[in-house]
Write a protein of this length. Structure first.
Length: 280
């Protein structure tokens, strides 16, 4: 299995002087996801939790809705120059009766670690309709709980401590209990791993939860949360305009700039309790 971190020599320039020493880097390797032998996507990811990643990817693309929709997931032979398996090709066999992915799901180009939507055959296909709409989720989210999520996610990012180069995503209950956290060089991969774990654990639709991400709230991350029935998405940085639009349309709570004891609520504010509304 590919390593999560790789050590490389680095020249460190500081006021005290210059020296050379090993440095830990976040590993980045391609993962090709195949469905019934057909190549569906190639994403640059941090190795590890690949089966969760595949389940989360297929869930958020609308290919599957249950763990029972997948028969098997196994690594294919993908050999390096020395003949060793790189574990960078994962073939997923759908269960009998499950429809194969629509052509619109197929990625025409490589999916980079920074953008999971690039290369979509059709941008309209991104607005996949979820079978787990979050609009009717009655969960209430205390502001005090939300304020504590960034630190709780950061504490769960073990590999970030040694590399400083990984995105984090975590799924929390409404009272702040961490259900699962994952790290990856790609923010969309981290979310897919989290949602894939939730699917395999029988927690999809993910009612009564908050998806916390360490970066910005992009349209794609919002779409993934909606597809899994997550009623709230929180981010330490800004959302995009399309992310806010999708959250509003889906009835999902969207929180951005969640830092310290401050936050911006862009959609679904009625779920957030314990705040004084002076907006008029």
């Amino acid at each position: 299995m590919g390593r999560v971190t790789v050590r490389r020599p680095v020249i460190r320039v500081r006021e005290q002087g210059v020296n050379q020493r090993p440095d830990a880097l976040a590993a980045e390797e391609p993962l090709e996801i195949r469905v019934d032998g057909r190549s569906l996507a190639v994403t640059m990811r941090t190795p590890g939790h690949d089966v969760e990643l595949a389940h989360g990817f297929l869930l958020t693309e609308g290919v599957i809705t249950s763990p029972a929709d997948i028969g098997t997931a196994r690594y294919c032979d993908s050999l390096d120059d020395s003949g060793r398996n790189t574990y960078n090709v994962l073939d997923v066999a759908l269960a009998p009766g499950v429809a194969p992915p629509d052509d619109s799901v197929e990625r025409r180009f490589y999916t980079t670690s920074s953008c999971g939507v690039c290369g979509k055959a059709s941008l309209d296909a991104v607005r996949t309709r979820t079978v787990f709409p979050p609009a009717d989720d009655p969960v209430e989210l205390p502001a005090e709980v939300l304020f504590g999520l960034p630190d709780a996610l950061r504490a769960a990012q073990k590999v970030f401590d040694s590399t400083g180069g990984l995105h984090g995503a975590g799924l929390f209950t409404a009272d702040g209990a961490l259900l699962v956290a994952r790290e990856d060089v790609g923010r969309h991969n981290a979310v897919d791993k989290v949602l894939g774990h939730a699917l395999l654990a029988g927690r999809v639709p993910a009612a009564g939860t908050v998806l916390m991400v360490s970066g910005r709230a992009s349209f794609e991350l919002t779409q993934k949360a909606v597809m899994a029935g997550v009623p709230a998405l929180a981010a330490v940085s800004a959302p995009s305009s399309l992310a806010v639009e999708m959250a509003d349309e889906a009835g999902m709570t969207l929180v951005g700039f969640l830092r310290g004891r401050s936050m911006n609520i862009y959609a679904g504010a009625s779920r957030v309790t314990g705040i004084d509304d002076d907006a008029g």
